[in-house]
Design a protein around this ligand. Structure first.
Ligand SMILES: Nc1ncnc2c1ncn2[C@@H]1O[C@H](COP(=O)(O)OP(=O)(O)OP(=O)(O)O)[C@@H](O)[C@H]1O
Ligand code: SF4
Ligand SMILES: [Mg+2]
Length: 367
């Protein structure tokens, strides 16, 4: 393994095409959906280094994303869940091109996102894949009026537009996200958290992208504001027919907004399928434990909770076999030797488990 970019803590592995397995879990939820993003054997490793005056020594690698194959279909919302540190943000940043993969590829239609063939293709990728962050404040220039921030991508991608046309587009998108034209003449600090997230959505949508990566877009907001932003996102998603990868900690939010859901554990997808199928009949024990932890407010029924015991292994020293084995309630000897691959288990649900749940798990019992 050769460390080619230690300054940015990036680890780049030489890619061998023959190593790439062409497995793309999941199926479109609508018949005429097309593949817009294809992730092939994606890995993102961060090096851990010790630095002295003369030497920099690589001590190991954090395997933040460790072999992901995925397809995103036009117009769908794919929810991405998993506990803190499992690699959700790293995956989304690598898909959008903010991080360089250590191995593997990400394709936007027939363009390799990390190796565009020319400037035109690079611009086309940038225009069509946008990101919405948890706190847009950190990604908005505090010294620029919102209208200038919103106008900027139009200047780059549509140099033919007149000043009036650009302003017209800015006012229109502000209105579409529930703001007024005069909000364009404010600075980021003059907005509430919810309004700032509306600005974040406006900035992502002004280019009419095909894909949005939304990394915990409502986690920092109050519950009431969360609901209004989620409703707005749903309206805009169907209006713009944009495909969204929606990252969230809150499974009930993911259930509400997604057509499909992918569950991540320590850099891998362990289960992926249509939302209803995954929530009604989870197959992977980790998914079972996540669903069992969703609060349920009905005093007449009791919800069975699957409490995970054992520690989460370090993404630097992953155990052999199944990486969930140290916490799994179904673990058997074989799990500690064999690394399960993501396979179609039932319906359209794929899961990486040697002993998946075959029968529906009973989460509720009467009190
Ligand atoms: N730039 C970086 N340099 C080194 N390690 C990193 C870097 N970015 C992320 N990591 C590590 O990669 C792993 C995955 O992090 P990531 O932020 O992708 O997780 P996450 O699933 O988004 O977590 P959260 O739910 O808390 O946002 C973590 O162990 C994290 O410490
Ligand atoms: S392979 Fe074994 S340890 Fe891993 S999730 Fe399945 S049952 Fe649990
Ligand atoms: Mg994150």
């Amino acid at each position: 393994m050769e460390d080619t970019d230690s300054s940015s803590n990036n680890h780049v592995i030489e890619e061998s095409v023959s190593e790439i397995e062409e497995v793309f879990p999941g199926s479109p939820t609508s018949a005429n959906a097309e593949v817009v993003i294809e992730v092939r054997n994606l890995r993102k490793y961060f090096s851990i280094q010790s630095k002295s005056l003369l030497f920099t020594k690589t001590l190991g690698y954090i395997k933040a994303v460790d072999g992901i194959d995925l397809q995103l279909f036009s117009g769908e919302v794919l929810g991405l869940v998993g506990e803190s540190g499992c690699g959700k943000s790293t995956l989304s940043k690598t898909i959008v091109g903010l991080e360089k993969p250590s191995l593997g590829q990400v394709w936007y239609r027939d363009a390799n996102i990390h190796q565009p063939i020319d400037k035109v293709e690079r611009l086309q990728i940038r225009r069509n894949i946008q990101m919405v962050f948890q706190d847009p404040y950190t990604s908005l220039n505090p010294r620029r009026l919102i209208k200038d921030t919103l106008e900027e991508p139009l200047l780059i991608h549509h140099p033919e537009m007149t000043k009036e046309d650009r302003l017209g587009a800015v006012y229109k998108i502000l209105q579409q996200v529930g703001l007024e034209s005069y909000h364009g003449y404010r600075y980021p600090h003059e907005f509430s958290g919810g309004q700032r997230q509306r600005v974040g959505l406006a900035r992502a949508l002004i280019m009419n992208p095909e894909v949005i990566l939304a990394d915990e877009p409502v986690s920092a907001l109050d519950v009431s504001v969360q609901a209004s932003i989620l409703n707005l996102m749903q309206d805009l998603q169907s209006e713009f027919n944009v495909a969204i990868i929606f990252i969230a900690h809150d499974l009930s939010v993911v259930k509400h907004v997604s057509n499909r859901v992918a569950v991540m554990y320590l850099g891998r997808i362990v289960e992926i399928g249509p939302t209803e199928e995954v929530f009604d009949r989870p197959s992977h024990p980790y998914t079972v434990s996540l669903i069992s932890a969703i609060p349920f407010a009905d005093p007449t029924v009791k919800k069975r909770k699957v409490i995970l015991e054992g520690d989460v292994p370090s993404p630097v020293n992953l155990p052999p076999g199944c990486r969930f084995s140290s916490r799994c309630y179904k673990v058997q000897d074989r799990c500690k030797e064999e690394d399960p691959i993501l396979e179609l288990k039932r319906g359209n649900t794929w899961s990486a488990c040697l002993f998946p749940e075959d029968e529906p798990v009973l989460f509720f019992e009467e009190r």
